[in-house]
Design a protein around this ligand. Structure first.
Ligand SMILES: C[S@@+](CC[C@H](N)C(=O)[O-])C[C@H]1O[C@@H](n2cnc3c(N)ncnc32)[C@H](O)[C@@H]1O
Length: 310
């Protein structure tokens, strides 16, 4: 039990809720963190706005009346829009036709490269999805000319039965909820559209540990201090309007500190997401990252009333 009367042991040993996983293997995806994250969100949400939706791991698992899912990465957003608007049988037929036509297997790099070249000419989102299924680490990357350039996932990557089931579950969900997808810079999403019944969730690239989602994509620059400060300003303005927000981030990473964030978050609540030893208060596993959720609302999860960590 810590000094706030919260037992980390019981919190982290609760029967696990089954969360839905994105069909995209997203760098920085929050799937594994969902059991810690989602109980900290408000219970009643009118519009859940996920401003850096990435693989959509979070939005697809949060109960809300409607959703706004945004990401600067246009091919991802276009893929989600196709998942939303295409009968599941047609999605699977398209992927299966690709597998047959290009003889895609875990060993056939030539077939993979042929589909990659075809996609780079024609840009159909379902060809993009098929490519990710046969790519190294199931990931995706684009070069400066917006060409898909992830290498082949030899001996490992293929469209497995598990992925098929997962894709069916995910697209079914997308087709049954009221979800809007947009591809904008977060700064261009006007705060005017939100009310205090809504909830803004931000999972931006981490300043001190950037992933490769934007790897040289045209129109993208790496996440930098200027973006970070613009996001703090955006969230301060949201707070001033009485809007609730939560920001995922890390305070430190492999010895590097995000001092900007450490200073900024003092005005809100930074909830430490690393499980701690109940007696000593030290993290149970030696963590390379100090992962936090910064919120501007009171989190009352059963007995769990959070306090600022500073
Ligand atoms: C850490 S990932 C989000 C992962 C997501 N929460 C998940 O669980 O799948 C960060 C995302 O921010 C997007 N991004 C980067 N800069 C952005 C910007 N200025 N506006 C909107 N999205 C941006 C990237 O394309 C990337 O998809």
């Amino acid at each position: 039990m810590d000094r706030n009367g919260f037992s980390y042991e019981s919190f982290f040993q609760r029967k696990p809720v089954k969360y839905m996983k994105s069909p995209l293997n997203y760098v920085g995806g929050k799937y594994k963190l969902l059991p810690q994250l989602i109980p900290l969100f408000p219970h009643r949400i009118e519009t859940f706005a996920d401003l850096f939706v990435g693989g959509c791991n979070v939005a697809v698992n949060v109960p809300a009346k409607q959703y706004l899912c945004n990401d600067l990465n246009t091919p991802i957003i276009e893929l989600f829009q196709v998942f939303q608007s295409t009968p599941i049988s047609s999605i699977l037929e398209h992927i299966d036709a690709n597998i047959q036509h290009y003889h895609l297997t875990k060993q056939n790099e030539e077939g993979f490269l042929a589909l990659r070249a075809y996609y780079n000419d024609t840009r159909h989102p379902l060809d993009f999805y098929t490519l990710t299924c046969y790519s190294f680490n199931y990931q995706f990357r684009f070069n400066a000319h917006m060409e898909y350039n992830n290498p082949f996932g030899r001996d490992r990557s293929h469209f497995s039965d598990r992925m098929r089931k997962n894709l069916i579950a995910f697209t079914t969900k997308l087709q049954t909820v009221n979800m809007e997808f947009t591809s904008k810079n977060f700064r261009d999403i006007s705060l005017d559209r939100f009310t205090p019944a809504d909830f803004l969730y931000c999972d931006p690239p981490y300043l001190i540990a950037s992933g490769t989602y934007n790897d040289g994509m045209k129109g993208f620059t790496d996440w930098n201090k200027e973006h970070e400060i613009a996001l703090y300003d955006y969230l301060d303005r949201a707070d001033a309007r009485g809007l609730r927000f939560a920001l995922s981030n890390i305070l430190s990473h492999k010895g590097k500190e995000n001092e900007l964030l450490q200073r900024w978050c003092r005005k809100y609540r930074a909830i430490d997401l690393c499980p701690k030893n109940a007696q000593t208060g030290y993290p149970i596993n030696k963590q390379e990252n100090r992962e936090v959720l910064i919120v501007n609302y009171g989190v009352d999860n059963g007995n769990f009333i959070t306090q600022p960590i500073f």
